[in-house]
Design a binder for this molecule. Structure first.
Ligand SMILES: [Zn+2]
Ligand SMILES: [Zn+2]
Ligand SMILES: [Zn+2]
Length: 211
C-alpha cells in the first residue's frame, strides 16, 4: 500500500495527533454542515499508547469548554462526548498519525444518541474497510453515576457553572492556545494547574462552520 504523505502540519519525528470534534449542523447556503473543531498536537515519537490516551482525555475537557457545543444528533446543549479512535493506525503504520473523532451529545442514555452513534460507527467502518469492528455494547462504555449531570459544553473550564455557558464573546479564551474558555482571571488561575498541560501540547486549533 502506498504511504500517505505527511500533511503540512505533521512531523516525521513526532506522533501526530488530530482530534476532530463534531457538533450540531449549521445551514451553509443550501446544505447543512456540522460545526467542527480540529485540534492538532505533536507528541513524542515513541507512540506510547498510554501517553497518547492520557493526552486525548485531557484535551477533551478543554475542547468541551471551547464553544457552546450542541448535540450532534438533536441540537440540544451538549454535556457529554463519545470518541472513536484508530490506534492501530498509529501503532502499526509507518506514519505516526492518530485521528480521534469526538462527537458531542446531550445524553448518552438517550435513544437518538445511541442510534446516531451506531450509524456513525457503521459509516466509519464503510470508510475504513471495517477495521473498527462491530459497535461495542453501550453498557461497555462506563455508566454515568446515578443523579450525576455533567457540565454544559461551553461553560467555564474552571468553575463549570451552568450559567457560564453563555453566548460567544462573554467568556475569555486562553491567550496561548486560543481554545479553552474561562469566565475570568480567578477561574483561569484556579484551572491553570490542569489546563497548562493540555495548553502546552496544542499545536493548532481550527474551528469550522462557526460563522
Ligand atoms: Zn441529543
Ligand atoms: Zn468560572
Ligand atoms: Zn490554553
Amino acid at each position: 500500500m502506498a504511504a500517505v504523505p505527511l500533511q503540512e502540519w505533521e512531523r516525521g519525528d513526532k506522533t501526530n495527533v488530530e482530534i476532530i470534534g463534531y457538533g450540531w449542523r449549521v445551514l451553509e447556503y443550501f446544505h447543512a454542515e456540522e460545526k467542527r473543531v480540529m485540534v492538532r498536537l505533536h507528541l513524542p515519537a515513541d507512540r506510547d499508547k498510554d501517553r497518547i490516551q492520557l493526552a486525548v482525555m485531557l484535551m477533551l475537557r478543554d475542547i468541551k469548554h471551547s464553544r457552546k457545543w450542541l448535540c450532534e444528533f438533536c441540537g440540544a446543549p451538549a454535556r457529554e462526548t463519545h470518541t472513536f479512535n484508530f490506534f492501530y493506525r498509529v501503532l502499526d503504520s509507518d506514519l505516526p498519525r492518530l485521528v480521534v473523532y469526538c462527537h458531542f451529545v446531550c445524553d448518552m442514555d438517550k435513544r437518538h444518541v445511541r442510534e446516531g452513534l451506531t450509524a456513525t460507527h457503521h459509516l466509519m467502518n464503510t470508510r475504513f474497510d471495517g477495521t473498527l469492528g462491530p459497535m461495542p455494547p453501550f453498557a461497555s462504555f462506563g455508566k454515568r453515576p446515578s443523579g450525576k449531570v455533567y457540565p454544559l459544553a461551553g461553560s467555564c473550564a474552571g468553575c463549570q457553572h451552568e450559567d457560564t455557558a453563555v453566548d460567544e464573546g462573554v467568556l475569555k479564551r486562553c491567550a496561548r492556545c486560543k481554545m479553552t474558555r474561562v469566565c475570568g482571571a480567578a477561574c483561569q488561575r484556579a484551572d491553570w494547574g490542569r489546563h497548562k498541560v493540555a495548553c502546552g501540547m496544542i499545536y493548532s486549533v481550527t474551528f469550522e462552520n462557526w460563522g
